[in-house]
Design a binder for this molecule. Structure first.
Ligand code: FEC
Length: 289
């Protein structure tokens, strides 16, 4: 199995190459690079790089749960998806299951993971790729458990994408709203909403509302307590620890709104069992190739 994740720089000196990989070689304004280096510095990534460490723990737990070799492949850092494929093929794999640690499909996210995986496989093994798992009952229940019984207004969040994805007929936003609704129903929430986060300064419109605008609007409507429940991410990383825990938390303090966030699934055993179930089902479907 190839377990795919976004990837994160290990050292501050890696950030320029990492950012350039994310931008696909398009130019980066020096102030944007400085800003990104500063965010990673303030998170202390040289002491501990949360996303890569969590991905490795998840990989090891999944391997033990499945009884199958699991290789990590990162979209934007090492070990790359192509490295994972070479390791799997080197170990004799004839069939490869590909799962991304991101539940919602978009042509601007999951499709890129799939393309890297297919390019690396180059037809040398059969591919079983999981396109999305946004409505997986174990995932929905795991999140529902973390918001059930709260008195706060729950805000589900996910990474924003350029607005043009809607015109492309991309299912991303609909799948995010579906996950949010399923979790809200399972937890019997009365007060909840959805907002995007982590938009990039690329010069084009991005999907909104953005979490900071949304917090201001909730405050204007008299909301005093908010519980953030990210649904589009599954691990602690920059977008959680900076965009929510520093930026959104700072704004909430200014507004006088109490803001909490659920614990991310990370390598929670129940989450690993859910991922293992998805992989087992994918491998059990007879091949049509
Ligand atoms: O902790 C870490 O080191 C990595 C955290 C991280 C995750 C993540 C997940 C997603 N992204 C998605 C879309 C985009 C698009 C662009 C974009 C840009 C960045 C930058 C950083 C970054 N993303 Fe990310 N993303 C993470 C980190 N992302 C750093 C560049 C600096 C910045 O904008 O702040 C814009 C690309 C461009 O410029 O062309 C689009 C989506 C996800 C969730 C799915 C997934 O995990 O793959 C969608 C984690």
């Amino acid at each position: 199995m190839v377990l795919m994740a976004y990837g994160s720089p290990e050292r501050l000196a890696d950030v320029p190459a990492y950012y350039s990989d994310i931008r696909g070689g398009r130019p980066i304004a020096p102030e944007q690079l400085e800003d990104l280096v500063e965010r990673y510095r303030r998170l202390g990534i040289e002491e501990s790089s949360p996303l890569n460490a969590i991905t490795e723990r998840t990989r090891a737990a999944l391997e033990a749960e499945l009884g199958l070799p699991v290789y990590t492949g990162m979209k934007h850092w090492a070990p790359r998806i192509a490295d994972a494929v070479e390791s799997a093929l080197g170990a004799g794999a004839e069939s490869v299951a590909g799962l991304v640690l991101a539940p919602h499909y978009s042509a601007l996210s999951i499709k890129g993971y799939r393309e890297q995986l297919e390019r690396a496989l180059a037809g040398r093994a059969e591919l079983r790729f999981v396109e999305s798992w946004h409505d997986e009952p174990g995932f929905v229940e795991l999140l529902a458990e973390r918001v059930r019984g709260t008195n706060a207004h729950v805000v589900f969040t996910a990474h924003s994408l350029p607005e043009r994805v809607l015109a492309m007929g991309d299912p991303y936003r609909d799948q995010l709203l579906e996950t949010s609704r399923l979790v809200a129903d399972a937890a019997r929430l009365d007060r909840w909403s959805f907002s995007f986060q982590s938009e990039s300064p690329t010069g084009e419109p991005w999907l909104g509302p953005d979490i900071l605008d949304h917090l201001r609007a909730l405050h204007e409507h008299g909301v005093t307590e908010v519980l953030l429940c990210p649904v589009g991410f599954v691990s602690d990383h920059l977008e959680i620890r900076w965009d929510l825990d520093v930026e959104a938390a700072g704004l909430a303090r200014e507004l006088g709104v109490r803001l909490d966030r659920i614990e991310m699934p990370n390598d929670d055993p129940a989450f690993v069992r859910t991922l293992a179930g998805i992989v087992r089902r994918t491998l059990a479907v007879p091949s049509t190739a």
